[in-house]
Design a protein around this ligand. Structure first.
Ligand SMILES: NC(=O)c1ccc[n+]([C@@H]2O[C@H](COP(=O)([O-])OP(=O)(O)OC[C@H]3O[C@@H](n4cnc5c(N)ncnc54)[C@H](OP(=O)(O)O)[C@@H]3O)[C@@H](O)[C@H]2O)c1
Length: 361
């Protein structure tokens, strides 16, 4: 039916041309043709929008398309300004000659922090996969790295900043433990216990996350699954929740270490939400879609490093008790599950067993 109508409309248009209507311009001709076509198609008179109307519509569409993203980006920029770190007045100590052992110093928050620590006169030894010096997901590599530091005989400060969020639940570490857990926690515990036993660093800063409050762990399940499962959260698997579980492990470790190693001041720092490469294992589409918001709304690594460097270098930290949780230079309360000493001790013991099992294989 539609095809028939179109054919009829075209023949009318042809006859219009043949009979040579006196049309002043080609624009008039086009308008006339369009009107005839529309009338023939819909059986009623449909006004063809004038050029002015077309332009107005185009402007409206353009405004309609541009306004929502502009509003979102303005709100994001406002959010970033509102959440910029404002640290209490402080003095960074002279760290000339101090040795900092760092992880995660090759990118993001760690890189910005390491730069500031170098500016304060420290020598930073950064363990990284990039130069082959450290792979936290390989307990043999952690052992080798720790041994080298111990042989060097110096470690005044530790910055633990490495992390990974694997999106594939079945991804395992070199020794067959869950890859995110191995990188973010098992490797960290192996490194820190080695350093605190042998070199007793003055300060240890673990970069944690407020996401840990959503974390869930079951030390018995961690042991029985040999580090492959952290809890019995029902499917579907969420990489972010799983990462939160590993950050909860970090927070509990920080509390346990503060009790076990009284000569080291152990602090956990939450850096806020920061635009870094931490989402590198997520799909390109996810990264593309979230890029504008992340870029505009989140903290820069430089901003985030202020609180980290404060915890490592500020003189005011002398008054802060070991085992504290810090956000932008201020102590914040732990939640009940983060400061649960019993679970913390169980987790420490279970991870120690898993690490020792792997060593003995
Ligand atoms: N970004 C945020 O919004 C946010 C929020 C709260 C907390 N945090 C925490 O901040 C810390 C730094 O993260 P970021 O955002 O700066 O991320 P990032 O830019 O992705 O940096 C992660 C670092 O971890 C290192 N790393 C990853 N896997 C490793 C492995 N197997 N062995 C050794 N090093 C490894 C990487 O070094 P190589 O590739 O050189 O090995 C890299 O330098 C993490 O602890 C994260 O949990 C971040």
């Amino acid at each position: 039916m539609l095809i028939f109508k179109l054919l009829r409309a075209t023949s009318i248009e042809k006859s219009l041309r043949v009979h040579g209507e006196n049309l002043a311009t080609s624009r008039d001709l086009r308008k006339k043709r369009a009107e005839k076509l529309l009338r023939n198609l819909w059986g009623t008179v449909v006004p063809v929008p004038s050029r002015k109307m077309f332009t107005r519509r185009r402007v409206l569409v353009a405004v309609g398309l541009a306004v929502p993203p502009a509003l979102v980006l303005s709100a994001s920029a406002w959010y970033r300004e509102k959440h910029r770190p404002s640290l209490p007045a402080h003095t960074l100590g002279d760290l000339t000659g101090k040795v900092v052992v760092a992880t995660g110093g090759s990118s993001g928050i760690g890189k910005a922090s390491v730069q500031k620590l170098r500016d304060l006169g420290t020598t930073v030894i950064n363990g990284s996969r990039k130069d082959g010096s450290l792979d936290l997901a390989d307990l043999n590599s952690v052992k080798e790295f720790t041994s080298k530091i111990v042989e060097g005989g110096r470690c005044d400060l530790v910055l633990a900043c490495a992390a990974e969020i694997y999106t594939d639940q079945s991804q395992l570490s070199v020794q067959g433990h869950d890859a995110t857990f191995a990188t973010n926690h098992l490797g960290l515990q192996a490194l820190l216990s080695g350093l605190t036993d042998e070199l007793k660093p003055k300060r240890i800063v673990i970069v944690g996350s407020k996401l840990a409050r959503q974390g869930l762990i079951d030390p018995h399940l961690i042991r029985s699954s040999n580090g492959k499962a952290l809890n019995s959260r029902p499917p579907p698997f969420s990489p972010v929740k799983h990462y939160a579980d590993t950050k909860l492990c970090n927070h509990l470790l920080s509390r346990s270490l503060s009790l076990r190693s009284p000569s080291s001041k152990v602090l956990t720092v939450s850096p806020g939400m920061v635009d870094t490469d931490l989402w590198r294992n997520f799909s390109s589409l996810y990264q593309l879609v979230t890029f504008p918001i992340r870029y505009v709304a989140l903290r820069t690594p430089e901003d985030a490093s202020l609180g980290v460097v404060y915890a490592l270098a500020a003189e005011e930290i002398e008054d802060v008790p070991s085992g504290s949780f810090m956000v932008d230079g201020r102590v914040e309360e732990w939640t009940e599950k983060e400061k649960d000493e019993e679970i913390g001790e169980q987790l420490y013991g279970v991870c120690e067993e898993i690490i020792n099992d792997a060593k003995n294989k």
